[in-house]
Design a protein around this ligand. Structure first.
Ligand code: IPM
Ligand code: MG
Length: 359
């Protein structure tokens, strides 16, 4: 029996509730195809701070590093808001991205036909939207130095550095072109090259990498225009390649096209086979323990794991189809509830998706 070790980092708030459902669904796939998914839990975020006084304990990193893939729930809770920045739960996310070298963040923004009415935009604009944002995740102003807050000219002065090495741009561009090759061979690179030097380099290197992918149609867009175009005409985009901070902002914007943050998965890939999968939503601590949050984003993250880490395209598609069927059959968690539909809780949604897989 093929065996995969998955590091299970449920995190804070409702993180465990959603990862429980993804585990349920992966186990259903395992049962059907005789695959053994072995889950090793580890602490991350506020819950790790409570025990170890750090949101990202070494033990967690060790478990992640020796795993075949990492499944993460979410981190954060208001009760940690008063902690110093270096031990806040969010720091664990930045830390694990850097430690595991997860430089390529794939964030799909898909509008499901069953749910187009949930979109805040008119149906005619959003229906059929299927964007994949490829966000660089370990560089840019997030990690650039120098940075800090100091006294200067008699007042406080805060600064960060937006910077990229050519090699960092090159490797993320390759990932974006490769996924574009597997999709519609259309890639839009987003930058601010009319103002920023780092963006001029970005554009130059992306153009250079594009020579290796002559079949992919490359376009460039300034980030302010891209923010507008995602609302004006989202269907013009297929793969969007961008840096860390622009990708952070644009991916939240694009996620809203689908109507609920509870639907969207993500994958963070490295170049050494290790990858991490997580829903794009947060830990929703106010909803903890109520069995109401939507597990679909995490279940679809598990589908991305099968595709990108384990090369199980068939099984990955099967999870996606099982989710689509649950939606088609009218099952809805509170965040996507519509008139006349069947309202279900977190674990019931997982059960329905599981039974669709085993049917
Ligand atoms: C995200 C989040 C994180 C980021 C925060 C929580 C550090 O917004 O994954 O998009 O800014 O990358
Ligand atoms: Mg974000």
């Amino acid at each position: 029996m093929t065996k995969y070790n998955i590091a299970l980092l449920a995190g804070d708030g409702t993180g465990k509730e959603v990862t429980d459902e993804a585990v349920k669904v992966l186990n259903a796939v395992g049962e059907k195809y005789s695959i053994d998914f072995d889950f090793e839990p580890a602490l991350i975020g506020g819950c790790a701070y409570d025990v170890h006084k750090t949101p990202l304990p070494q033990e967690t990193l060790d478990i992640a590093k020796k795993s075949d893939a990492v499944l993460l729930g979410a981190v954060g809770d208001w009760k940690y808001d008063t902690l110093p920045p270096e031990v806040r739960p969010e720091r664990a996310l930045l830390g694990i991205r850097k430690e595991l070298n997860l430089f390529a963040n794939l964030r799909p923004a898909i509008v499901y036909p069953e749910l187009t009415q949930l979109s805040p935009l008119k149906e005619e604009y959003v229906s059929g939207t299927d964007i994949l944002i490829v966000r660089e995740l370990t560089g840019d102003v997030y990690f650039g130095t120098p940075k800090g807050i100091e006294e200067k000219n008699g007042e406080k002065f805060g600064y960060n550095n937006m910077c990229y090495f050519e090699s960092e741009i090159r490797r993320i561009a390759h990932v974006a072109f490769q996924v574009a090759m597997q999709r519609n061979k259309k890639l839009c690179s987003v930058d601010k090259a009319n103002v920023l030097d780092v963006s001029r380099l970005w554009r130059e290197i992306v153009a250079d990498v594009s020579k290796e992918y002559p079949e992919v149609e490359l376009s460039n867009m300034y980030v302010d225009n891209a923010a507008m175009q995602i609302i004006r005409n989202p269907k013009q985009f297929d793969v969007v390649l961008t840096g860390n901070i622009f990708g952070d902002i644009l991916s939240d914007e694009a996620s809203m096209l689908s109507g609920s943050l509870g639907l969207l998965p993500s994958a963070s890939l490295s170049d050494n086979n290790l990858a991490m999968y997580e829903p794009i939503h947060g830990s929703a601590p106010d909803l903890k323990g109520q069995n109401v949050v939507n597990p679909i984003a995490t279940i679809l993250s598990a589908a991305m794991m099968l595709k990108y880490s384990f090369k199980m395209d068939v099984q990955s598609d099967e999870i996606t189809m099982a989710v689509r069927k649950a939606l088609k059959d009218g099952y809805r968690t509170a965040d996507i509830m519509q008139n006349g539909m069947q309202k279900v809780g977190t674990s019931q949604m997982g059960d329905v998706i599981k039974s669709n897989i085993l049917a």
